[in-house]
Design a protein around this ligand. Sequence first.
Ligand SMILES: Cc1cc2nc3c(=O)[nH]c(=O)nc-3n(C[C@H](O)[C@H](O)[C@H](O)COP(=O)(O)O)c2cc1C
Length: 167
Amino acid sequence: MIEPEEFLKFLKERRSIRAYLDKMISDDEIEMILEAGRWSPSASNKQPWEFIVIKDREFIIKVAKAASYGRFIKEAPVLIAIIGKTRISPKWYIIDTSLVTMNMMLMAWSLGIGTCWIGAMNREKARQILELKDSDYVATILPFGYIKGNIPLPTSRKSKEEIFKEI
Ligand SMILES: Cc1cc2nc3c(=O)[nH]c(=O)nc-3n(C[C@H](O)[C@H](O)[C@H](O)COP(=O)(O)O)c2cc1C
């Protein structure tokens, strides 16, 4: 188990990173990120997902064109597309793949690797580029790379008073 104070500090320190060094991350690091995704919880443990690791530079540039507010992913040495299998879990695939995304992002942060959730994208275009089935849902395409420049300042959060309720 992780020391709780340390864990909360870790959660608070994570940032979305949108600039990456031109340096490949290791296969062991990629494996750990994939493992963090594989061990995510899912409704009825259906695990309605597949992960596609993309390292080919030309393919990265091609697939980055589907990211509307995330063209910066073309600078990352590695992308992982998280695919929701809608037929396996029609009701929960979006939530389940979101949990995968968070697990992978936290694993990356613990490795000193930057990433950023890409939500705004042309999913149809991404699906075609990745040659997926009609029933496949491109949840996100996460970029991974060592952090270029300074870690961004913390983003703001709503106050506790605003959002914590007690009955
Ligand atoms: C569901 C979701 C979709 C997001 N989509 C994008 C995106 O398309 N492009 C981008 O640059 N950041 C995207 N983000 C990152 C958010 O902007 C970021 O998490 C938020 O500003 C808080 O900053 P932090 O992650 O550094 O704490 C997304 C985050 C989430 C959770």
